[in-house]
Design a protein around this ligand. Sequence first.
Ligand code: ADP
Length: 595
Amino acid sequence: MNADKKIQELQSKIEELESRILYAGEAEKYQEQLEFLTNTALDFLGQTDQSDIFEYIGEKLFELIDDAIVIVNSFDEAAMELHVRYIGGVDGVVDKIVGVLGRQPLQQNVTLTEDAMQKMFESSNKLYLFKGGLHESSDGSIPKPVASTLEDLIHANETYGITFERGGQLYGTATIITKGNSRLEDPKVIEGFIFQCSIALYRKHMEAELRKAKKEAEESDKLKSAFLANMSHEVRTPMNGIMGLAHLLASPDIGSDAQQEYVQLILNSGDVLISLLDDIMDISKIEANQVVAINEDFHLNELIMELQGLFSSELEMKGKKEIQLAHVLSLDDPSSLVNTDRIKIRQILVNLLSNAIKFTDTGRIEFGYRLQQDKSFLFYVSDTGIGISPEKQKSIFERFVQADDTLSRQFGGSGLGLSICKGFVDVLDGKIWVESETGKGANFYFTIPDVNQSGKTAEQPVNQGLKASDRNWEDKTILIVEDDHINYQLLEVVLKRTRVNLLHAVTGMDAVKFCLEQPKIDLVLMDVQLPEMNGFEAIKLIKQSQPTIPIIVQTANSMNEEKTRADEAGCQGFMTKPISLNKFMSEVDKFLQKA
Ligand code: ADP
């Protein structure tokens, strides 16, 4: 073998050895990376505190990448901000960085633009090179000259970003700045690690959501039990009154004064029960998203004056005469014309005023409205009563919640009034809140956006206030379609006083027959829950042969869809039972005058 050949052989041996050493080094590195990923995966599983996780991610990333600066940020979705949670690789230059930046880098918050968010999504779990360096990676929040001074200071080479994202949810970002001439090696391992981080953050997020849902379910369960116990009490009290008084009325030797008094007490208890049922219906409609605004033109001043009258009598009835009830009208009568849902605004004010009276023993209750600069109306009810503690002020708008939830509580109530107010205000696009101090009274406020209509005139209610006996309808005929005997009797007693001619149909089919056979019916009062053929079908048939007969639907079901069905069937009026006598008579009067 000549010398050249030997040299050649030796050279190829050296190369083989070198490649083996290189391969062994690669294998060792690969092994290390695998171990790194396995260990961090296990660490993530054991991590319980979400707040430590970003620091852990930073430390591990810093350990993984040689000669680089690592910054880890968490993402605050509500504020659309990145919060710096970890910085590694700046030992020895922190003071200088503070000098250039003007603040501690760890206190840095970056508000994100839509563009930056988009970029974050695009670079989710993938490394992204910021060609514009620190300035670009901070979404412009570090100005260019400041960024380049900082880059010189830390000997920055390339700036990379990567986003932690999972299930469409952003959790944070990492920024990696290589130093000197070094470049980013093994991007796949970094991406693999960040992918693990995203899964761990996602898991923590889901755990927190589950814990929250569980707490809410337990809370709601507790509230429902309290509600049932409370409700049983609220139903039993008036029910006991009604039963006891009915027994007293049945005794033969009862005088007429006592009779009057007992009947009035029974009516009062009935009102309490009906308003409780209304509350339960309202809250279930609100929860089923079935409440819609039904707007009409009306004068706010009239509504306020009506409530002043109503609640002045209420104060008298409750023996709270010494409480002063005042109202403030901030617009003159014509300017107080609005177009909004009168019934809902009235009910909100009624609930707030009832509470003000319930929780106030001395002093003053004031209510009213103000037109604000942004054209919204601000309504308020303020009292000088027991007030509400700050910690209870938020929760009282939730259903079933009462500030005093002890068994020995002094005041009755279902705990639904304020949540109904909130539900209605939401439907009207407004806001409701309370300001209060314990022992010093409460101020409730709600706003309704731009509804002012001044300039137009609202339709005035016809003949309101007239008693049934003041009316004479002897030349008119009304068909009452009602299968319930007591309900029919009630209508008969009221309407007979006007000397009107009454016809009575018990089924939908009979109603259709009456309308075909009787030459002159001026008005039909139609119950809709009827045997054989329901009221809506009957109305359709009647309207086919006699389209001009006015029909008023009366129903115990106050769902919106009933009203829609009545409109679709071609009805002219819609009333929910129980109907106040005055309202009923003026509504009927309106139709008979047109007939
Ligand atoms: P209810 O009055 O039937 O209990 P609400 O939802 O109307 O239910 O009110 C919830 C709770 O808020 C009341 O139980 C009471 O503790 C508190 N609250 C409401 N209005 C007032 C008020 N004007 N003054 C003091 N506390 C009030």
